[in-house]
Design a protein around this ligand. Structure first.
Ligand SMILES: [Zn+2]
Length: 245
């Protein structure tokens, strides 16, 4: 018994340390955009429409066999459109389901991934059905553009999970639970990845909608304000990207 506890403690310390060494290079301590931005251009405010993709991507590359919709078929068009902006994820196995959670949406690796090789990993993307205690945005009532932005943010999380080893994933999960600073770092970086994948305006519109919404719980709004990129930061990073940074 003592040996099991000792082994668990060593694994815990090692995974946290290992996460620091490697995942920190992925999740920058803080992402800051201080550049000037004139983003009131028609290019920024372009809504994503069903079937839109980056020109260089091909919707046909998506392997539909890998996407499983569990009681969530109604968002298939939005998800496939969001996936078009993440060509590197076209081979990943993702299960989408609706159930009660604390946010509008979240994504996570399947716990069984510990026993799977990297090509066989499965990721879960969960949409809040608002049947639990926490009231988030009513996903079905959002515009297509906002839904794609929201899904784009979750796909950005999955993109990062895919880069991690199993041990790093464990370290990441532990740090995410115990450190508010780390949560902020991860969420802001995830927003940045979403912008870099061409979904700045969907993210911007979704963030603005959430901040104006009066139906969601105060705790959830506070979380969004404290941890996500602000509207002006989203524009600023989009500008930087246009300028090649
Ligand atoms: Zn997130």
């Amino acid at each position: 018994m003592v040996q099991i506890i000792r082994f668990s403690v060593i694994l815990l310390i090692y995974s946290l340390y290992n996460c620091n060494l490697t995942a920190q290079s992925i999740f920058k301590p803080e992402v800051i955009c201080r550049g000037l931005c004139i983003a009131d251009s028609i290019l920024f405010f372009r809504e994503v429409k069903p079937g839109d993709c980056f020109a260089k991507n091909n919707r046909d590359d998506l392997d539909m066999q890998q996407i499983v919709f569990e009681n969530s078929q109604s968002i298939s068009s939005e998800l496939l459109t969001a996936l078009c902006f993440y060509p590197e994820m076209s081979h990943l196995r993702i299960r989408i389901t609706c159930k009660a959670i604390k946010q509008t949406m979240n994504s996570r690796p399947s716990p069984l991934n510990i026993f799977r090789t990297k090509p066989n990993r499965v990721y879960k993307l969960i949409v809040n059905n608002n049947k639990g205690k926490c009231i988030a945005l009513k996903f079905n009532e959002l515009s297509f553009n906002i839904k794609v932005g929201w899904l784009g943010h979750e796909l950005a999380h999955i993109c990062e999970y895919e880069k991690m080893t199993t041990l790093q994933t464990i370290g990441f999960a532990l740090k995410y639970v115990i450190s508010k600073k780390y949560v902020r770092m991860v969420e802001r970086n995830t927003d940045l990845i979403t912008v870099r994948h061409g979904l700045a305006f969907p993210l911007y519109e979704g963030t603005g909608f959430l901040l104006r919404n009066t139906e969601i719980s105060a705790k959830y709004r506070e979380f969004a304000i404290a941890n996500g990129l602000s509207l002006s930061e989203i524009k600023c990073f989009w500008c930087s990207m246009q300028n090649g940074y």
